[in-house]
Design a binder for this molecule. Structure first.
Ligand code: AHR
Length: 513
């Protein structure tokens, strides 16, 4: 039923019906050598807050507050031309190189050791390391694994120790290249060629360390012409030796013919992400059945976000003599509407927690990021910071409950009629209940009712919404948008029912004790 003036929705929470555990890695992020993510993002030795390593302390504090658990590094498209050896050893000897992916100059001032030290400074976040399968292959991947994970006694492990890391980095999760299906990728390959290479790299890496967790590249978007066939071919070749297949997805409002944007479909982007996950899960299952395998492969949604691709901030430098160091690139400023879509994507990831066991918001600082910085100046939270931080805080370590949701629908040009309210419930690690919800309608408030089991005593509702859905936090107005206590929330303890009004274009968390 389409009800554009007023929506209602109801979620029934039952502990007996569970989707699965919320894996810590669901709250991963991504640091690529791209634009100012590393340089003047996390690393800026001249900054007033810099520590002895040159890491910005103001950024470290925000990363901790964000609740990130794992960081994919060093790319991204960047990794497909990267020589990891350039980034280790004495700084003054490290070479400057062309970065073909982003038409920039890489100084290599920051590399693997710095990344490991920075992760320790953020509270021990996990490193998800990507190897270059664009310009490089098996030998270099094995060298990097030996350098990183073997305690000592070999040329490469001793080189690591000589470079200051006595203990191995012990990296568990490894990405076998990046977006190798994309024609833009340096060393782009057919599914057959990539699948064969990834299979040999995976087998070789396991000969060094049988317990590494390996991520094979899936499609760089659901809409790729090779989507589906790519997954099938790659998985057939690698299935027994990999633990994850990746999904990447970025959303932005499409431009209508009259120059306006299709906000209705944009607000329902979670529909596409959900379909993408279901499609990949079906291919995993079909491959497992055909191979008569007992092995499980999960999804690593290791790049997801809102990204205004093709617009001004994403235009890469051009010109034969123009290879800047750390240019301003992909510095999208996110609105409230973007944050609502972002929160909806997080809800979608949680709903699929049985299949998605790792996910990385792309990226972490400055580059399509929840955290922004100014060189020599402040760091601040984008609108998207809030749904991530509040979801991570409550959902980490919890269990996703099966979403039994009925909702009035809203019409979208791209997806047809979709639920006007999207929601998921998580039984938190401390036994309390968290419900995350979005109102995807552009003009109708939603009356949202949640029926909870057992006795509930209190409910706290926090909402992200603004009368101007395009409001954003900027350098000059860094706290323009923040979540607020939604006073409409009320608990009827006798019937175990929580009622709350969700304003149009909003994201809300209910914390029920
Ligand atoms: O996150 C920005 C870029 O998007 C990454 O480098 C690439 O993997 C993807 O296409």
């Amino acid at each position: 039923m389409d009800q554009q003036n007023h929506l209602s929705a109801r979620l029934v929470v039952e502990d007996d019906f569970q989707v699965g555990a919320v894996h810590d890695r669901l709250f991963g992020s991504f640091v690529e050598h791209l634009g100012r993510c590393v340089y003047t993002g996390i690393y800026e030795p001249e900054h007033p807050t810099a520590d002895e390593h040159g890491f910005r302390r103001d950024v470290i504090e925000l990363v901790r507050e964000l609740g990130v658990t794992a960081v994919r590094y060093p790319g991204g498209n960047f990794v497909s031309g990267y020589r990891w050896e350039d980034g280790v050893g004495p700084r003054e000897e490290r070479p400057r190189r062309l970065d073909l992916a982003w038409h920039s100059t890489e100084t290599n001032e920051f590399g693997l050791h710095e990344m490991a030290a920075w992760l320790a400074a953020t509270g021990g976040n996990e490193l998800m390391e990507a190897v270059n399968l664009g310009t490089r292959g098996l030998e270099e991947a094995l060298d990097l694994l030996e350098y990183a994970n073997i305690p000592g006694g070999t040329a490469l492990s001793e080189r690591r120790r000589a470079n200051g890391a006595d203990e191995p980095f012990d990296i568990r999760m490894w990405c076998l290249g990046n977006e190798m299906d994309g024609p833009w990728q340096l060393g782009h390959k057919t599914a057959e060629d990539y699948g064969t290479l990834a299979a040999s790299v995976a087998a070789g890496m396991r000969q060094i360390d049988p317990d590494v967790e390996l991520v094979v590249c899936g499609s760089s978007s659901h809409g790729m012409p090779t989507f589906g066939a790519w997954e099938q071919t790659v998985l057939e070749r690698t299935f027994e030796n990999v633990d994850f297949i990746s999904c990447h997805a970025y959303y932005q409002p499409a431009l209508n013919d009259d120059g306006t944007r299709d906000m209705a479909s944009f607000l329902a982007s979670g529909e596409d992400m959900d379909g993408f996950i279901n499609d990949v899960a079906a291919i995993i299952d079909a491959t497992k059945a055909r191979l008569k395998s007992t092995h499980d492969v999960s999804i690593s949604f290791d790049e997801w976000n809102v990204w205004y691709q093709g617009e001004e901030p994403s235009k890469v430098p051009e010109g034969r003599g123009n290879w800047p160091v750390a240019p301003r690139l992909l510095e999208d400023i996110y609105s409230v509407a973007d944050a609502v879509v972002f929160g909806d994507l997080l809800i979608t990831l949680l709903k699929n927690a049985d299949r998605v066991r790792a996910a990385c918001v792309a990226q972490l600082v400055n580059v399509i990021a929840p955290i922004m910085t100014e060189p020599g100046g402040p760091a601040w939270r984008q609108t998207t910071f809030w749904p991530f931080a509040l979801t991570a805080r409550l959902a980490k370590g919890g269990t996703v409950l099966e979403p039994k949701l009925t909702a009035d629908t809203v019409a979208t040009p791209r997806y047809g009629a979709v639920n006007g309210v999207n929601a998921v419930a998580v039984r938190c690690a401390d036994g309390t209940l968290a419900v995350f919800a979005t109102n995807r309608s552009q003009d109708a408030p939603a009356a949202f009712e949640v029926t909870v089991p057992g006795t509930a005593e209190t409910v706290e509702a926090t909402t992200l919404h603004d009368s101007d859905p395009f409001a954003a936090n900027t350098l000059n107005d860094r706290e323009r948008v923040a979540p607020y206590a939604n006073d409409s929330a009320a608990l009827d303890a006798a019937s175990g029912t929580v009622r709350v009004t969700l304003p149009p274009i909003s994201w809300t968390v209910l914390h029920i004790r």
